[in-house]
Design a binder for this molecule. Structure first.
Ligand SMILES: Nc1ncnc2c1ncn2[C@@H]1O[C@H](COP(=O)(O)OP(=O)(O)O)[C@@H](O)[C@H]1O
Ligand SMILES: [Mg+2]
Length: 223
């Protein structure tokens, strides 16, 4: 059984007056423990697909299954499902500026469990394991771009999600820090068997993944 499986995802946007067909019947599968890249030109629909895979947006037709099952549709249950099963890392870190690194990482767990001290303890352990033990009490604006993305990755991992979706996670970083972040993702995949779907337009990154798809004309093709 696939960890993630879609069936003929179609997505159009109509809000500009003309109908744009962005995703034209996408069938996409991810196995547990895989690390998959999606590349494609800007505007080809990569983020649109990722939002649908991550249950942040709905397709016009088609469906997404996790471990063979449809996610709940009711808002509150869906939020809970996302909180517990899916991690996100975006190009911009979206850390909360008024909270330090440890608190930012703890947040999804605190929301899920209501247990503040346990959430903070696990956040601290996780940040330490990602080489950030010296930055626990730093606020986002006191961290470098690479460190901010490390915190964002820790936050994505704190609820031990089945899958982490990363949309251009290194898009804002220089080559050195970009390499560090991708190496970290590779380690998490190798050592923790963490499943990742990574969107990138950087061929040097996609070539490091086990599988790489290209998005073009509303379809995904392998390679
Ligand atoms: N909410 C929206 N309304 C109308 N058009 C949109 C919307 N979101 C994205 N698009 C269009 O859909 C296309 C794909 O966008 P996107 O998925 O962000 O591409 P990518 O991530 O590959 O750069 C683009 O042409 C974009 O302008
Ligand atoms: Mg995008």
């Amino acid at each position: 059984m696939y960890l993630l499986e879609t069936e003929k995802i179609v997505k159009t946007f109509n809000d500009t007056g003309e109908k744009l067909l962005i995703l034209n019947g996408i069938d996409f599968r991810v196995e547990r423990g895989e690390m998959v890249a999606i590349t494609g030109e800007s505007g080809s629909g990569k983020s649109t697909l990722l939002h649908i895979l991550g249950l942040l947006d709905k397709p016009d037709s088609g469906c997404v299954r996790f471990n063979g099952e449809l996610a709940p549709t009711e808002d509150k249950l869906l939020s809970k499902f996302r909180n517990q099963n899916i991690g996100f890392v975006f190009q911009f870190h979206y850390l909360l500026e008024d909270f330090n690194a440890r608190e930012n990482v703890a947040m999804p767990r605190l929301i899920g469990t209501g247990n503040r001290s346990e959430s903070l303890r696990i956040a601290q352990d996780l940040l330490s394991s990602l080489g950030m033990q010296h930055r626990l009490n730093h606020y986002p604006n006191q961290l470098s771009g690479g460190e901010q993305q490390r915190v964002a990755i820790a936050r994505a991992l704190i609820n031990k999600p089945d899958i982490v979706f990363a949309d251009e996670p290194t898009g804002n970083l220089d080559a050195k820090h970009s390499n560090e972040i991708i190496s970290l993702i590779e380690e998490l995949n190798r050592d923790m068997k963490q499943t990742f779907v990574i969107i990138t337009h950087d061929k040097s990154i996609s070539s490091r993944m086990q599988k790489s798809y290209t998005m073009q004309d509303g379809a995904l093709r392998l390679g």
